[in-house]
Design a protein around this ligand. Structure first.
Ligand code: GDG
Length: 483
C-alpha cells in the first residue's frame, strides 16, 4: 500500500526536553493544519528536523524523542550545530531568503554554506529513502529543501513527488545572479508537480527554466529528459473556521471570561475620544517592511494632524532569526523609530504606537484581530501573508478594513482590500485616511466578498487541490497533454 510522505524543514510538533523529561506538543501553524488530512491518511508520515541539536542528545534521550515522535507519525532528520549554522541560519536564511525576496544587497554567497546546504538536503534524502518505497506520494516543502526532489526522484522513479514553495520565486534577472542556479533548478525539477502561491511566481520560474536550462516549456509543462513536469499556482488558504469561531466565542465572553487584553482594548474603543486602532502583526523580518510602515504612519500623522490622539498603531513584532546580523540591525532600527515617534507625538493622554516585541498566545492574537478597525499589512515582499487572511476571517460583524501591500502574494486574491505600494507614502497615508473614514456599508460589502472567498478556498482545500493535481501528473511519459 502506497503512503503519503510530507517533508519540511521543521516537523509540525514542538519538543520540550528538560533533563530526562520529554513533552511533545502538536504545533498550531497553518501548514500543520492544512496537511492534517494528508498526514492522517493511512500510514502517512512527516519527515523533518525536530528542533533539537543532535550532539547534545544522550543516546537515551534520542531514543525517547524518536519514540515520542513516532506516536505523532513523525520521523526526525538529525542536524548538528554546524548544520544549523551553515545550512539553516547560513545558506537558507542569508542566501536563499534574501535573494528570493529581492534583497540582493543582503544576499551572501559562501561556498562552504552551499556545501552544507547540499549535505543537509542529502541527509533529508537519506531519511526519506529509508522510510519510503517506490510508489509512495511525497510532498516536499519550501526553500530549505530545493535540492531534495531530484535526490529522491533518482531512487524513487515511480513515486509522485510534489514540491511547494512558500516564499516568492523571483524574476529571472534576480535568480540569474545565483552562482549555483543550474543545480538548484535541476533539484526542483525532480518533482512531478511544482507549486507556487501565485501565477507570477510560476511565470518567473518557467522563465528561469527556459533561459537557464534551455528546456522546452509548453504552457505550464516542462519537458525534462523523458519526464513531463507540471507547474501551477495554489494560493495557500487559512483554517477559516478556526479563526471565525474563535472570534465568535470572544463576542459571547462574559466580563469575567475576558482576557486583560480584550478588556483593555474594549476600553480603548469606548473612550470619549473614540480612538481607532490600526493593527500590524509580523515576524520581525526585513521583508515585512516594518520600519517603512512606521515611517509611513509618521507621514500620515504629519499630513493629517487632526488624527493625532484619534488613532493608535498596535504593532506586534514576533522575534525571528535573531542571531542573523540583519535581523539584529532591524530590531535596533525598529526600537529607535518607535521611540523617536512616540517621543515626538505622545501627549499625556495618548501614545501613537503600542509596540510589542514578543509572540502572543493564540487567544490574544484573536483579541488583537477582533479589536482593530484597520489592519495594516504592508510587506516589501511576501510569498503570501496569512495574517491578512486571518484578520478578515475574524471580522464576524463584517466590519474593519484591510490595507494590503501589492507585494504580498495575498493581494492577488484580495482585491476588495485597499491595495497599496508600500514605498509610495502619499498613497500609504491616503489609504490610512480612507480606511479610517470608510462607511460601514462599504466595509461590509468588501468584507463579505473577502470572507466568502477565504471560507471556500481554505487551507484544507489548498492541500487537497495540490494532492489532486499531484495524483494526476504523468510519470515517465513523453507526450504533452494540453490542460
Ligand atoms: C511564510 C511566508 C507565507 C504571528 N504572530 C503570532 C502568531 N503568528 C502567526 C500568524 C500566521 C503566521 O504566524 C505568520 O504567517 P505569514 O504568512 O504572515 O508569514 P511567514 O511566517 O513569513 O510565512 C509567507 C507563509 O509562509 C505560508 O506559505 O504566507 O509569505 O513568508 O499564521 O497567525 N501566532 C501566534 N502568536 C503570535 O504572536 N499564536
Amino acid at each position: 500500500m502506497s503512503k503519503n510522505i510530507i517533508v519540511s524543514n521543521r516537523l509540525p510538533v514542538q519538543i520540550v526536553l528538560e533533563n530526562e523529561k520529554l513533552a511533545v506538543f502538536p504545533s498550531v501553524g497553518g501548514l500543520a493544519t492544512g496537511m492534517k488530512s494528508v498526514h492522517a491518511d493511512g500510514d502517512g508520515i512527516w519527515i523533518g528536523w525536530s528542533g533539537l541539536e543532535e550532539t547534545q542528545l544522550t543516546q537515551k534521550n534520542k531514543e525517547n524523542v524518536e519514540k515520542a515522535l513516532l506516536k505523532e507519525k513523525c520521523i526526525p532528520v538529525p542536524l548538528t550545530q554546524d548544520n544549523i549554522d551553515d545550512f539553516y541560519l547560513g545558506f537558507s536564511n542569508k542566501t536563499l531568503w534574501p535573494l528570493f525576496h529581492y534583497f540582493t544587497e543582503y544576499t551572501s554567497f559562501e561556498n562552504s554554506q552551499w556545501l552544507s546546504y547540499k549535505e543537509v538536503n542529502e541527509k533529508f534524502a537519506k531519511v526519506v529513502l529509508d522510510n519510503s518505497e517506490d510508489g509512495d506520494t511525497i510532498w516536499i516543502h519550501d526553500y530549505q529543501l530545493l535540492l531534495l526532489p531530484e535526490l529522491v526522484k533518482e531512487h524513487r522513479p515511480n513515486s509522485k513527488i510534489g514540491f511547494f514553495l512558500h516564499i516568492p520565486y523571483p524574476s529571472f534577472e534576480i535568480f540569474r545572479i545565483f552562482p549555483w542556479r543550474e543545480q538548484l533548478l535541476k533539484g526542483m525539477l525532480g518533482a512531478d508537480l511544482i507549486g507556487f502561491h501565485t501565477y507570477d511566481y510560476e511565470r518567473h520560474f518557467l522563465s528561469s527554466v527556459k533561459r537557464i536550462l534551455r528546456l522546452e516549456v509548453n504552457f505550464n509543462q516542462i519537458i525534462y529528459d523523458d519526464r513531463v513536469i507540471k507547474v501551477d499556482s495554489f494560493p495557500m488558504g487559512i483554517d477559516y473556521d478556526k479563526f471565525y469561531n474563535a472570534s465568535k466565542l470572544k463576542n459571547e465572553n462574559t466580563q469575567a471570561e475576558k482576557s486583560d487584553l480584550q478588556i483593555r482594548l474594549e476600553e480603548h474603543h469606548k473612550s470619549a475620544s473614540g480612538t481607532k486602532l490600526i493593527l500590524s502583526i509580523d515576524r520581525l523580518d526585513y521583508t515585512k517592511g516594518i520600519p517603512n510602515r512606521i515611517k509611513a504612519f509618521e507621514y500620515f500623522l504629519n499630513q493629517y494632524p487632526e488624527y493625532k490622539e484619534k488613532v493608535r498603531l498596535i504593532m506586534l513584532a514576533v522575534p525571528s532569526r535573531s542571531n542573523v546580523p540583519q535581523y539584529k540591525r532591524l530590531k535596533r532600527e525598529t526600537d529607535e523609530l518607535v521611540g523617536r515617534i512616540n517621543g515626538k507625538f505622545s501627549t499625556v493622554n495618548w501614545t501613537p504606537i503600542w509596540y510589542f516585541y514578543r509572540s502572543f498566545p493564540f487567544e490574544n492574537l484573536i483579541d488583537l484581530y477582533t479589536s482593530s478597525d484597520v489592519a495594516l499589512i504592508t510587506p516589501l515582499r511576501d510569498g503570501m501573508n496569512l495574517v491578512a487572511k486571518e484578520y478578515v476571517a475574524t471580522r464576524t460583524n463584517q466590519d474593519g478594513v484591510l490595507i494590503l501591500s501589492e507585494m504580498a502574494g495575498a493581494s492577488k486574491e484580495m482585491n476588495e482590500a485597499i491595495i497599496i505600494n508600500p514605498n509610495n507614502f502619499e498613497q500609504f497615508s491616503n489609504a490610512i485616511k480612507q480606511a479610517l473614514e470608510m462607511s460601514e456599508e462599504e466595509q461590509n460589502s468588501r468584507m463579505k466578498i473577502l470572507q466568502k472567498r477565504l471560507k471556500r478556498y481554505n487551507v484544507e482545500k489548498w492541500a487537497s487541490e495540490f494532492m489532486k493535481s499531484l495524483s494526476n501528473t504523468n510519470k515517465n511519459q513523453k507526450t504533452v497533454q494540453a490542460t
